[in-house]
Design a protein around this ligand. Structure first.
Ligand SMILES: CC(=O)N[C@H]1[C@@H](OP(=O)(O)O)O[C@H](CO)[C@@H](O)[C@@H]1O
Length: 435
């Protein structure tokens, strides 16, 4: 019936790529999928244990008959790391940049694949691997833990001011962090990543003189300071869309070069066919002025190094290390661009989370009645206040986000909004409290 409704041609070749992560349930689930596909007459390409973004990369490569890339693990690492080494040149250090990072693999597949990546990277980048698979997946470690709890992950040594990276369990998100002399965590999340990359690419786009338009896409979770920095300092177009990378990706397709990152570190850069052709053709024009040609060739190498199919922690890492290297920046130099507004996220459990309805890319609630008026009231009472509430698409909860001039005000605002949600929208369990 479904096949009929969707006009599916049973005679057409159906090739399904299957990949699995490191969870104990994965081999059985993968086998069940493979059996189902085979019974239905489909063809299976079993990639075994891979990161989520690797599987996306393989599918895009197959769907473009290898034009995008070679659909193998070796093809994936070779293409990205060759471009990375080209971008790096023969000097791994530059100014305040040191070619060495601490890597928290969240005890997931990202750690395994980073190990493989290291053999391709040679000595262009030193990566110390931690949480590399022996502990519990995402437990007290990984990008989500670091971002939401705003704490350094367990299992990674505290080396003052050292540049550290946390990826999530399936390696599609990445955040950077360091701990300072007072053991305070400094988080550089998806917003910071987007602004760092945008600043660098904008300079290249200008120098390349190819008339390409660059834009950024964020969600309501983007820190207000980052949005301000993009529009006021970078003077780049920035759009806000509902949560979920499918929305960000779709919007980013509207630009020649679209940069999208969720605040949690999930994102990538995509180049339109038009931009790719212009850059790749111009890169073969030796008669162009040296500075212009150099910028164009750098853009061409970035196209090779980035996984454009979806957010990819390993590919993003290579791009971010490239930008920091090119700028000669330490992680502290990167952080100096702007100051994040303190923020807080809380969760509220409701009888039915669908009673919360939102509009304006989830920044305003339209149901239940009266909730938005209450939020407006609380927000007005704190300097630089902003807050919103939305039902999660992945958990049976409602998420509350608040930011303000101080952590105490952000905490108070989040708690006020969460309490209003609990009262007006049918909260269950104990009333909201700061976690
Ligand atoms: C605040 C937050 O981090 N939300 C996450 C989370 O979605 P929710 O709909 O908020 O549960 O999971 C999504 C899928 O991984 C991710 O795209 C999104 O950013």
């Amino acid at each position: 019936m479904l096949a009929e409704a969707e006009s599916i041609d049973w005679e057409a070749r159906a090739l399904i790529c299957v990949g699995q992560d490191t969870r104990p349930s994965s081999p059985d689930l993968a086998q069940a999928a493979i059996t189902g596909i085979t019974v239905m007459g489909g063809e299976v390409k079993d990639y075994g244990v891979v990161t989520t973004p690797m599987l996306h990369y393989f599918v895009a490569s197959i769907n473009t008959d290898g034009i995008y890339a070679e659909a193998t693990e070796d093809g994936y690492f070779k293409k990205m790391t060759t471009a990375f080494k080209k971008l790096r040149g023969d000097k791994p250090s530059n100014g305040n940049y040191v070619p060495s990072i601490l890597f928290d693999g969240a005890n997931g597949v990202g750690a395994l694949k980073m190990k493989v990546c290291l053999s391709y990277l040679g000595d262009s980048l030193q990566v110390q691997l931690y949480n590399d698979g022996n502990g519990k997946l995402n437990h007290l470690c990984g990008a989500d833990y670091v971002k939401v709890q705003q704490c350094a992950p367990h299992g990674v040594p505290r080396i003052t001011n050292a540049r550290c990276v946390s990826v999530d369990g399936d390696a599609d998100r990445i955040v950077y962090y360091y701990t300072d002399e007072c053991d305070k965590l400094h988080l550089l999340d998806g917003d910071r990543i987007a602004t760092l990359v945008a600043d660098y690419l904008m300079e290249l786009v200008q120098k390349s003189n190819l008339g390409l338009q660059l834009g950024l896409v964020q969600t309501a979770y983007a820190n207000g300071s980052s949005t301000n920095y993009i529009s006021k300092t970078l003077k780049a177009p920035v759009a806000c869309v509902p949560t979920g990378v499918k929305h960000l990706h779709q919007k980013a397709l509207e630009y020649d070069i679209g940069i999208y990152f969720e605040a949690n570190g999930h994102g990538t850069v995509i180049f339109s066919d038009f931009a790719t052709k212009r850059i790749c053709c111009a890169a073969e024009e030796p008669s162009l002025p040296k500075k212009q040609l150099c910028a164009i060739r750098t853009l061409a190498a970035i196209i090779e190094a980035i996984n454009q199919t979806v957010g990819d922690a390993i590919s993003d890492l290579l791009i971010l290390e490239t930008v920091l290297h090119a700028r000669g920046w330490s992680i502290q130099d990167w952080e100096a661009a702007y100051t994040d507004l303190p923020n807080r996220q809380l969760k509220v459990t409701l009888k039915d989370r669908r009673v919360i309805e939102t509009t304006d890319a989830e920044r305003k609630s339209v149901a239940p009645p009266g909730l938005q008026d209450q939020i407006n009231l609380f927000v007005r009472n704190v300097p630089n206040g902003r807050a919103f509430v939305r039902p999660s698409g992945t958990e049976d909860i409602v998420r509350v986000y608040a930011e303000a001039d101080t952590q105490a005000n952000a905490d108070q605002l989040a708690l006020q909004v969460a309490s209003a949600v609990y009262q007006l929208a049918g909260g269950v369990g104990s009333p909201p409290a700061l976690e």
